[in-house]
Design a protein around this ligand. Sequence first.
Ligand code: PMP
Length: 422
Amino acid sequence: MESLEQRRQRLMGPNVPTFYRTPLHIVRGEGVWLWDVDGRRYLDCYNNVPHVGHCHPAVVEAIARQASQLNTHTRYLHERVLDYIERLCAKFDHDLSQAIMVCTGSEANDIALRMAEAVTGKTGLIATDNTYHGNTKFVSQLSTRRPPIGGYPGNVRLVPAPDSLRPVGGDLGSQATVFAENVARAIEELEASGHGFAGFMLCPAFANEGLPCLEPGFLDPTVEVVRKAGGLVLCDEVQPGFGRLGDAWWGHEILGFRPDVVTLGKPMANGHPVAAVVTRPDVMAAFREAFGYFNTFGGNPVSAAACLATLDVIETEGLVENARDVGVYTLARLQDLSHPRIGETRGHGLFFGMEFVAEDGVAPATDFAEAVVEGMRDRGILLNRIGRKMNILKMRPPMPFSRSDGDLAVEALGEVLARMPQ
Ligand code: PMP
């Protein structure tokens, strides 16, 4: 009989990504738990989309209620989306007071890049050399997993990503300065090439880059360089946003800089496809003037209801505080684990990375990381890998993750590591 995997390939074509050597067939979720088709339960230590917990009843109910009353395109007046934008913008500690609602992080980043073009009248863009900002034609030019056919366009420059174990410039102490110098050099090149410089897009947790350990202020020299050149700082908060890092609602607050544009996505409505771009009125006005943007589904009444309910749950259940408390506790326990292949264990809030390295303490131990991910799955714990060489364990559970959930994950990881070759 045709398996689900074969059927997927027949109907969706080859190379559609799945996790694990044998993909999981998940049929139900609740809180931090997932169940597969055979009734086996897994602790979800990976998914940030079900931010307030899988199938949270308050979000499910809000979606159902609004869907049974009205859902339309977005060219009618409706208060719900405005209620949401008002509450969302109030979460920013500076002058980001307007938003565009869209459906995916990719769309949001596409708009952010175009905002930089609209404000500066230039097209040069900078990102790090180990990142992912989305899948549209425009945004994928900044993604390094699969270089664009025909190579990167002349208006794009990629600067070496920050790294805890292999710092840019070779030294942790000067990494922030060297990083900024590389951005300055990229700006000079863009200006010399005639494209000019429009903006620098970055994730403030450098999540896809491998979640390096960075001090507050790390980006200050870079932000200064970007501002001096007249470009925009475009902050992709798709992964760290909505309190994941525990100490603040947004990743940029942890590093302590003020972006011109912030993009949001994945966790925003607990699984309902909605995303947003938040910015200052002057940037918004320049963008609206240049592009006259419209999005059929973005911020429709059902999406807005899902967003509002998600925000309510984050607040009423104290999930940012939970991320801080459980994050500190779990990170300490993870850091107590030992194995010669562990190069560094790091994290912030409910976002953890454990980097595996070879005997020299630097070369990535990719196969080791893969074996650990598979071993954890066998023990009913779901997590995954990131990094240039996919050698960094990535744990990013739903926000209601508790201390005892952390205990389960750490104890399973200890058992898996104990069985791995030394
Ligand atoms: N930015 C970052 C940092 C992401 O990790 C992702 C998705 N992995 C995106 C943008 C794109 O979001 P979406 O898949 O919703 O288009």
